[in-house]
Design a protein around this ligand. Structure first.
Ligand code: ATP
Ligand code: MG
Length: 333
C-alpha cells in the first residue's frame, strides 16, 4: 500500500472582495463579499515508501497548499489525503509523530535557545529513545557539519547555518515521511550540496519518503527520481524524472570555441530547429532539436563562417525544459 494516498484533492481559498478606502471597508463589514480561489484543483497521486519526489511548478501553482494539506495544517475543501493510514487533518498529533516538515524560512527551533537545547526539547516532545537520539545527533552533526553550531543561539545563526540545524531537527525523530518546502532557498552552493547529500543519505539508510518542492532544479536533478509537475492547481506530469527529460527534452545545447569568424552566423536553411543562444568572436552557443538535426549538420553550417577549435555538447536540463513548459511551448492541454 502506498504511504501517501491523495485522491481528488481540492483546496479553495475564500478571498474577501473589499472595495478601496474607508467606505469600502465599512461596506464590507456589513455586506461582506467573497470570491473563491481554487489553489489545488482535483489532484490525485500515490507515493510509495522510500520515494524521493520533486513537487514542482511555477509560483502560485499550488505546491505549498498541497504540502500544507498533506501535513494536516490545512483542511481540504474536498478529496482525501491518507498518510501511512492516517488522515492528517483529523489526527494531527498522531500524524506529527510520523512526519517531519520544513517550510522555507520559517523555523521550528526555539529562537533564544542554543540549538542543542532545541534538539533536546524535540527529543522529549517526540519521545525519541536515547539510543536513536544519540546516534542521529552524532550522524547529523557529522554530515551537516553542526559541531560549532550546537551551542549557539538560533537567533545568532546565519540563514545557511539555521537551515542545516532545521534539517537535522526535522529528521531527528526518524520520521517516515518528510516534506521539504523550499529548503534550499537563499542558501549558498556548498550548503545546498550538503543538504542534498544529507537527504539522499538518510533516504538510503532509513527509506524515508521525501517530498521536495524547490525552484532550484539542481535540487531535483540531484535528489529526486520522480517528479510531479503542477500547473494552476492541476497535475500536468507525474512520473520518472528521466522519462520526463526524454519526453520533453528535445534539444541539445552545443557550445563551439571558434576563431577567424568572417561574418555573423546566420543559418537560413535550418533556422526553425536551430537557435543561436550566444555569439561572440571566440564562441557560439547553439540550441537545436536533436530529433531533426544532427551535430554534423550544425558543424557543417557554422564552419562556413569560422574555424571550429573545440566543442562541448550538453543535453537540455530540467531547467530549460521547464522554462519551455512554463512558456506554454511543450504541454498545452
Ligand atoms: N491563505 C491564502 N488565502 C488565499 N489564497 C491563497 C492563500 N495561500 C495561497 N493562496 C493562493 O493559492 C494559490 C497557490 O498558492 P501556493 O502557495 O500553494 O503556491 P506555490 O506553488 O507554493 O507557489 P510558490 O512557488 O510561490 O511558493 C496562489 O494563487 C495563491 O495566491
Ligand atoms: Mg510555495
Amino acid at each position: 500500500m502506498a504511504i501517501i494516498e491523495v485522491k481528488n484533492l481540492v483546496k479553495k481559498y475564500k478571498i474577501s472582495e473589499k472595495e478601496n478606502g474607508i467606505l469600502g471597508y465599512i461596506k464590507h463589514l456589513f455586506h461582506p463579499k467573497y470570491k473563491e480561489q481554487i489553489a489545488v484543483n482535483n489532484i490525485s497521486f500515490n507515493i510509495e515508501k522510500g520515494e524521493l519526489v520533486g513537487y514542482i511548478g511555477e509560483n502560485g501553482a499550488g505546491k505549498s497548499t498541497t504540502i500544507k494539506m498533506l501535513t494536516g495544517l490545512l483542511t481540504p475543501t474536498s478529496g482525501q489525503v491518507v498518510v501511512n493510514g492516517i488522515v492528517p487533518n483529523e489526527k494531527r498529533i498522531l500524524n506529527n509523530k510520523q512526519i517531519g516538515a520544513v517550510f522555507g524560512q520559517k523555523t521550528q527551533l526555539w529562537w533564544d535557545l542554543p540549538v542543542i537545547e532545541s534538539f533536546k526539547l524535540i527529543k522529549k516532545m517526540y519521545e525519541i529513545p536515547d539510543e536513536d537520539y544519540k546516534n542521529n545527533l552524532k550522524k547529523f552533526t557529522k554530515i551537516l557539519d553542526l559541531k560549532d553550531l550546537l551551542d549557539k543561539q538560533v537567533k545568532n545563526l546565519s540563514l545557511g547555518q539555521k537551515m542545516r540545524c532545521e534539517i537535522a531537527a526535522t529528521f531527528l525523530h526518524n520520521p517516515k515521511v518528510v516534506y521539504l518546502d523550499e529548503p534550499t532557498i537563499g542558501l549558498d552552493i556548498l550548503v545546498k550540496e550538503n543538504i542534498r547529500k544529507f537527504i539522499k543519505d538518510i533516504n538510503k539508510e532509513q527509506h524515508t519518503t521525501v517530498i521536495l518542492t524547490t525552484h532550484d532544479l539542481k535540487d531535483i536533478e540531484e535528489v529526486c527520481d520522480r517528479i510531479i509537475l503542477i500547473d494552476k492547481g492541476t497535475i500536468i506530469y507525474d512520473g520518472e524524472k528521466e522519462v520526463f527529460k526524454n519526453k520533453y527534452g528535445k534539444h541539445i545545447i552545443a557550445e563551439f570555441i571558434i576563431q577567424n569568424k568572417n561574418s555573423n552566423i546566420t543559418v537560413e536553411t535550418i533556422e526553425e530547429e536551430f537557435e543561436i543562444i550566444e555569439e561572440n568572436e571566440t564562441s557560439i552557443k547553439i540550441k537545436f532539436n536533436h530529433e531533426r538535426l544532427t551535430i554534423i549538420d550544425i558543424v557543417k553550417s557554422i564552419s562556413k563562417y569560422c574555424e571550429i577549435l573545440d566543442m562541448h555538447i550538453q543535453e537540455e536540463g530540467l531547467e530549460e525544459i521547464l522554462k519551455e513548459i512554463y512558456r506554454g511551448e511543450l504541454i498545452n492541454d
